[in-house]
Design a protein around this ligand. Structure first.
Ligand SMILES: NC(=O)c1ccc[n+]([C@@H]2O[C@H](COP(=O)([O-])OP(=O)(O)OC[C@H]3O[C@@H](n4cnc5c(N)ncnc54)[C@H](OP(=O)(O)O)[C@@H]3O)[C@@H](O)[C@H]2O)c1
Length: 466
């Protein structure tokens, strides 16, 4: 396996960038693509790197041209294309070969595919890759699920192509079968929440404080030198500063306010709910994208309900602190989901290592991740990131600003679902005696569900049944 012949199928945005990265690192590579014209274009694009390249006209032709043991990376859309590619490949593979799915697969599919391929004497690696096209080309963050043996066989090449944080490769085997794709899914869930918090901040500055996009961009650029330092804040500053090629107006003014999504945010929320978890900031972000797609409904609502967005009195410093608090909650909720999955599937995820491999190459890389890995290696009361001393202190300092931002947004009519969701989580987790005593009373009243008394006696019923 260490000497596996490498092949890559699917030369789209991510596949072609990853292929060039592999070639750059000196590894010979076989490639093919569904539409074979793309292969010719890729060979031309590869320039001098094409020397180590063996193009093939089809997936099967590629497998046949490769010497065993083979490691074939699939970089095609998740779902059916992956199953179809595997079905095509399998008759041409032999014991010891491995298929690597480097797309954004649903981890349930990865677990199933692992079982099916292992039953046929083949191996499967579920490999989450983050960092977009630039990451794939220059070094992404790579989250792997699979057996130790298969990982060890491919480790050298995976670590070579991965991003490096102070020399440490941002790639790790995180557990068996679906673990890598699950961690990648939750990574994307956190990404959704962080992007939504940033968008809400932009909305308050633009429509609540009347600031021009370029000016907001300058503020974000300044924040990127402080506690909010991160890839997403950095690119936000650039997007806000950009002007349209044709009109010269802010580039944002020509972009339709309807967000796309491919599933990973939704899967994060579905899995969280299934495991009895909730991730309010991530849920809010997924919902916000879904609602954004209802443009005609929103346009009708603007007329029919006639709510207006008013001015907000918030300083840059308050928004910066609120964004920091929201971001901490987004990460914390993501790690809570990872903990629940690790317990359910027996993955023994190393949360500190997860944070470490997100420090470079991926979309949610930020200066907070160093603190997060430190927190997971230290004393973590109740296993909660928000209670780690460094984070508890940051939250104590930033929560008043978060509270002010949520209140100002609500009073002036600005939707801020991720900020609100983050604050609700913090307020709930810092309330020792909540209000579900009433919920339990109601449940017992209408359904005789019973409740537990404060003295520990369970299965009790209220006087309404006397
Ligand atoms: N874009 C990102 O930032 C990003 C980041 C991380 C992960 N991902 C994941 O990476 C994977 C690839 O994404 P991408 O952005 O590179 O997509 P893309 O640019 O749309 O490329 C898709 C590739 O898959 C091929 N393909 C599509 N349907 C196929 C099918 N039914 N059978 C075989 N091949 C098929 C396409 O071939 P043709 O040339 O014939 O169309 C093309 O080579 C996805 O799982 C995506 O979620 C993307």
């Amino acid at each position: 396996m260490t000497n596996a012949t490498l092949g890559l199928y699917g030369l789209g945005t991510m596949g072609s960038a990853l292929a060039l990265n592999i070639l750059d690192n000196g590894y010979p590579l076989h490639v093919s693509n569904r539409t074979d014209k793309v292969v010719d274009d890729f060979v031309a694009e590869a320039g001098p790197l094409a020397e180590k390249l063996t193009p093939a006209r089809s997936l099967v032709a590629m497998a046949q041209a490769m010497e065993a043991p083979r490691a074939i990376i699939l970089m095609v859309p998740a779902g059916r294309p992956v199953d179809e590619s595997i079905a095509e490949l399998v008759p041409h593979l032999e014991h010891g070969d491995v298929i690597v799915d480097a797309g954004n697969a649903d981890f349930n599919d990865t677990m199933r595919r692992t079982r099916e391929l292992e039953a046929q004497g083949l191996a499967f690696l579920g490999m989450g890759v983050s960092g977009g096209e630039e990451g794939a080309r220059r070094g992404p963050s790579i989250m792997v699920g699979g057996t130790e043996a298969v990982w060890e066989g491919l480790r050298e090449v995976i670590e070579a192509i991965a991003a490096k944080f102070e020399g440490d490769p941002c790639a790790a085997r995180l557990g068996p079968d679906g673990a890598g794709h699950f961690v990648k899914t939750v990574h994307n869930g956190i990404e959704y929440a962080d992007m939504q918090l940033i968008a809400e901040t932009y909305g308050l500055m633009r429509y609540g404080r009347g600031m021009a996009p370029a000016r907001i961009g300058e503020v974000f650029a300044g924040w990127n030198k402080g506690r909010l330092q991160s890839y997403l804040v950095e690119i936000t500053a650039e997007v806000l500063a950009a002007t349209d090629r044709e009109t010269g107006a802010p580039a944002l003014d020509d972009i339709l306010d309807r967000a796309g999504q491919k599933g990973t945010g939704r899967w994060t929320v579905i899995e969280a709910l299934r495991m009895g978890q909730s991730a309010s900031a991530i849920e809010a972000a997924v919902a916000a994208r879904s609602w954004s797609a209802e443009k005609p409904t929103r346009e009708a609502g603007a007329v029919l309900l006639g709510f207006t967005r008013g001015a907000v009195e918030l300083t840059d410093a308050e928004l910066e602190a609120a964004l920091l608090a929201g971001r901490i909650v987004a990460y914390a909720q993501g790690f809570r989901i990872l903990r629940a999955a690790s317990d359910e599937f027996g993955w023994s995820l190393d949360f500190a290592r997860v944070a470490e491999i997100w420090r470079a190459g991926c979309i949610i890389r930020s200066s907070l991740l160093d603190d997060i890995s430190g927190a997971f290696r230290g004393d973590l009361p109740e296993g909660q990131l928000i209670f780690a001393p460094a984070f508890a202190q940051m939250l104590q300092q930033s929560a008043p600003a978060l509270r002010k931002v949520v209140a100002a947004a609500a009073l002036a009519g600005h939707a801020a679902p991720a900020f609100s969701g983050a604050l609700a989580f913090l307020d709930t987790m810092s309330t020792a005696r909540g209000t579900t005593d009433l919920i339990q009373g109601q449940r017992d009243f209408f359904g005789r569900h019973g409740f537990e008394r404060l003295d520990g006696r369970a299965g009790q019923h209220g006087p309404w049944w006397d």
